[in-house]
Each structure stands twice: as structure tokens, then as C-alpha cells.
Design a protein around this ligand. Structure first.
Ligand SMILES: [Zn+2]
Length: 134
């Protein structure tokens, strides 16, 4: 019986540790508003900006994946590089479905808070962007 208790106790602890680890790999973010006029300084799209930063490390979605925001299975061609920020104001580019990316912004719906994988975040600074001239 003692063995069984310690066995169960050990596994509960491992599960706790596992949950803590998986939580630390994801961060809570929101969509940034007012970014639709920004274009990357050195690239055509934010997807290319993301791909360049992650070169040799990971790829932009190339099979159907769930969008981190709406959780819907999304075709690779519908993913775009979206501007997101965490609660500390750090800004990132992240693969998000086009529908979510265009849904929230100035004068549009308030962005929900959602979780993203820290590893898939690419740092974004204002100096990486220029204002698009229409
Ligand atoms: Zn989405």
C-alpha cells in the first residue's frame, strides 16, 4: 500500500511539473490594433519577416493547423504574420489566420486574450516597420 501511495504521489508531482513546464512555454497575448498601415521595412509581408527570423529553426504553417486565436483548423495559405503583444507590452509577429488578423483593430472588435507558443514568437520592434503609403 505504501508503494502504491508513493507511486501515485510521484505521478501527481510529475503531472504538476509537466503542467508548469507546458505553461511556461506559452504566453498570453492580444492582437495589436493600429497595425494595418505597417509594412515590413525589408520584406514584402510579415510572413516573410517571420520566416527570415526563424530560418533553419521552424517553418510557417505548411499543413493544416489550428489558429492560436480562434482555434479553428486553418489552411496554410490562410495564415498570415499577425502583430501581437503580451501584457508587458512586448510585441511579436505570430502565424494567425487571416480572418482573426483582420477582425480586431482600430474601431473593430476588442481583441480577446489568447495563448501562443513562446517559441513561435518573433520579436517585433517599431523600427522593423514603415508606414504603408496608399
Ligand atoms: Zn483565427
Amino acid at each position: 500500500m505504501d508503494n502504491l501511495n508513493s507511486f501515485i504521489g510521484k505521478n501527481v508531482m510529475d503531472m504538476d511539473k509537466f503542467l508548469k513546464q507546458s505553461q511556461s512555454r506559452s504566453i498570453k497575448v492580444k492582437h495589436m490594433s493600429d497595425t494595418s498601415d505597417l509594412k515590413p521595412k525589408n520584406f514584402d509581408t510579415w510572413k516573410e519577416f517571420w520566416e527570415d527570423a526563424k530560418k533553419g529553426e521552424m517553418t510557417f504553417p505548411n499543413i493544416e493547423e489550428k489558429c492560436a486565436c480562434c482555434n479553428k483548423p486553418t489552411d496554410p495559405k490562410d495564415f498570415v504574420g499577425a502583430h501581437i503583444k503580451d501584457s508587458n507590452g512586448n510585441m511579436y509577429i505570430y502565424p494567425i489566420c487571416n480572418s482573426c488578423n483582420s477582425k480586431y483593430g482600430k474601431g473593430k472588435a476588442e481583441s480577446p486574450e489568447f495563448s501562443v507558443s513562446k517559441e513561435k514568437c518573433v520579436d517585433f520592434k517599431c523600427s522593423d516597420a514603415v508606414i504603408k503609403k496608399e
